[in-house]
Design a protein around this ligand. Structure first.
Ligand code: M6R
Length: 619
């Protein structure tokens, strides 16, 4: 939540502002309630900030361009304390002459006490935010110590909660100081210029040399240089790495929306997540896990922690891992797991799933699990993010940057990585277990081409979506691995089209939800493969008949060749046949496409739906 950019570079006309505005445009998916910039110019700090999307700020800056500068910070906000107004937008200013500007991501939990202290000292506040407290505190500390890094160090020692803070001072024309605790921040190192960003997308157009910072660290950037110290003032160094994707990956590439592009990237997301994980004999090789085989072989229970779409990926994984590896798997919403007393044994593996690797609820769950003595493994799409850094092991998904707020390709990549993990645990058991793991892996390698087939046949789904632009409620049904797919379909529709939608386990219908069915009620049904071994196909076909008899409009997602569904379907959307447990990778695609096109038919913002942000970095 919130995107932050910082820049210290050469005094090239207007470059600092251009870099920061470009960075904000790339980070706007992290929050889009308001935006602002501050520039250090000729012994002064100049700032502008506007409620609404970045376009509002851009318009204001074009109408009244600020003076040229070599040093700048910027912010795009998802409001926490104080509504999305001009006054509450960042940067916030501090000091007798507004000589400080600060931007912030996170929540300063003790801001009330600090604000009261400042009010008592006569400080006037101009916003309702927690951030303004930090601006005044840094300004006052600077007045005492005359050094921006030391001023920041003194202030962060007083703050509680989660924060990334960036500050510039009128007397430090080439310097941006940043601090992080529980909130993301990366450094980008260019030739004679240095960048800061909530993630590497902020500066990917300029450099792929990145440095990840640890917890409770402060970085001071100047043109081409950076220095890192801990909150205790000890010198330390970040961890340098090369970003493996380029600026084009974070652009729309000819598509109208990022979501459409990302749906089309799903075959590659699955393929790349499988890449390099099997040897010539088809055996899984997961050296990257950094956990020895003996320890993994002893795992007798798995708890998956995640939120939203990632949690649905976890639910799919539960069915698969329990079937293949015969290890009990529980899926907990991370925010629930954190505040209960989970039963963690010495051989419990806690698997977190997170696209961003920064979701605060999931991070807190991982920390909780570690405190309880669990072995922790992160399935993550973002290199060097906090969750993988704080986990014992990591299995990266290779979906590339996901910019649309609604998750699509990350979901498929998360399921794929979780399958790989489950199959690896199965393989470790040896004998026929290993044979089965090899056979499923072989089938998994065929999935990207099948996902492509689904994507290529979405014409009718788009039409259905357009016809349904006025629909007020849609239900989704599934069973077994189709159940989390149904819930994911409902989540996509809620977040993108603002339509009431619910996903149910089809078996639950008769226990209550069937009362919702009235003539014309649209219901999507994810039909299990006719090869599903527990006979669920027939049961779901019966469910379709039951709701159709009560007037539902049935939109059935079924495998090619499954003719049994035809008499009871108002619409049949075909997907290629695949092993039953792998079906979610195909069945979810029409539901994503449906939500996308219903949202655009309603004229809504597909990539940046209201009230949301891509990366939820507050609890
Ligand atoms: O970055 P994460 O995978 O941890 O994010 C988890 C959820 O916030 C995320 O999946 C959210 O539900 C998506 N907007 C759904 O499309």
């Amino acid at each position: 939540m919130c995107g932050i950019v910082g820049y210290a570079g050469p005094a090239v006309d207007g470059k600092a502002l251009d870099v920061v505005m470009e960075g904000l445009a790339r980070l706007e998916y992290r929050g889009y309630d308001s935006a602002g910039v501050a520039l250090v110019c000729d012994g002064d700090v100049v700032s502008d900030k506007r409620a609404g999307k970045l376009a509002n700020l851009r318009g204001a800056l074009e109408a009244a361009p600020p003076p040229s500068s070599a040093t700048a910070i910027g912010h795009t906000r998802w409001a926490t304390h104080g509504g999305p107004t001009d006054a509450n937008a960042h940067p916030h200013r501090g000091g007798d002459h507004d000589q400080i500007a600060v931007v912030h991501n996170g929540i300063i939990e003790n801001f009330h006490a600090l604000k009261n202290e400042l009010l008592a000292a006569g400080v006037e506040f101009r916003s309702e935010t927690d951030t303004e407290v930090a601006a005044h505190l840094v300004a006052r500390a600077y007045d005492e110590v005359g050094d921006l890094t030391e001023a920041m160090r003194q202030v962060v020692g007083r703050l509680e909660g989660a924060f990334t803070l960036l500050a510039v001072h009128a007397d430090s024309p080439n310097t941006v100081v940043a601090a992080r605790r529980n909130s993301p921040l990366v450094v980008g190192v260019g030739d004679g210029e240095t960048f800061l960003g909530s993630d590497v997308a902020a500066f990917i157009g300029y450099t792929r040399h990145a440095v990840e910072l640890g917890q409770d660290e402060i970085v001071t950037i100047t043109p081409g240089h950076y220095e890192v110290i801990t909150f205790d003032g000890e010198p330390t160094s970040g961890k340098a790495y090369e970003v493996t994707w380029d600026a084009a990956s974070a652009e729309k590439g000819g598509y109208d929306t990022f979501m459409e592009k990302e749906i089309n990237e799903q075959p590659a997301a699955v393929r790349d997540t499988l890449l390099g994980r099997t040897d010539d004999a088809g055996e899984l090789v997961l050296d990257e896990l950094r956990i020895d085989e003996e320890r993994l072989n002893a795992v007798d229970r798995i708890t998956i922690v995640a939120c939203g779409t990632a949690a649905y990926a976890g639910m799919v994984a539960k069915y698969a891992i329990e079937t293949w590896a015969r290890i009990p798997v529980e899926v907990s919403l991370a925010h629930e797991f954190r505040y209960c007393d989970p039963i963690i044994g010495p051989n419990t593996l806690v698997v977190s799933i997170s696209q961003s690797g920064e979701t605060m609820d999931t991070l807190m769950a991982v920390r909780h699990a570690r405190e309880l003595g669990a072995l922790t493994l992160s399935i993550c799409n973002t290199h060097g993010a906090t969750i993988p850094r704080e986990s014992d092991a990591v299995l990266y998904t290779h979906a590339g940057p996901e910019i649309a707020v609604a998750s699509t390709k990350a979901f498929l990549a998360q399921i794929t990585a979780a399958y790989v993990l489950g199959l690896y645990l199965t393989q470790l058991k040896g004998g026929t277990w290993a044979d089965e793991a090899r056979a499923v892996m072989a089938a998994l390698h065929d999935v990207p081409a099948k996902v492509q087939e689904v994507i290529d046949q979405m014409g009718r789904v788009k039409e259905i979506a357009r016809f349904m632009a006025d629909t007020r409620s849609v239900l989704f049904l599934g069973r077994n691995v189709g159940y989390p797919v149904a819930m994911e379909g409902a989540l996509k529709l809620k977040e993108l089209a603002y339509i009431h939608a619910e996903g149910f386990a089809a078996g639950e219908l008769k226990h209550g939800p069937i009362a919702l069915i009235e003539p014309g009620q649209p219901v999507f049904i994810v039909v299990p493969s006719p090869d599903e071994p527990h006979g669920l196909h027939g049961k779901v076909v019966s469910n379709i008949q039951e709701i159709r008899a009560r007037g539902a409009r049935t939109i059935v997602v079924a495998e090619e060749g499954d003719e049994e569904v035809v008499p009871f379907a108002d619409e049949v959307i075909r997907i290629p046949a695949v092993a039953p447990l792998l079906q979610p990778l195909l069945a979810v695609v029409p539901l994503q496409v449906f939500a996308l096109h219903l949202s655009s038919a309603k004229g809504l913002d597909v990539d940046q739906p209201r009230n949301l942000a891509k990366s939820v970095t507050v609890e």
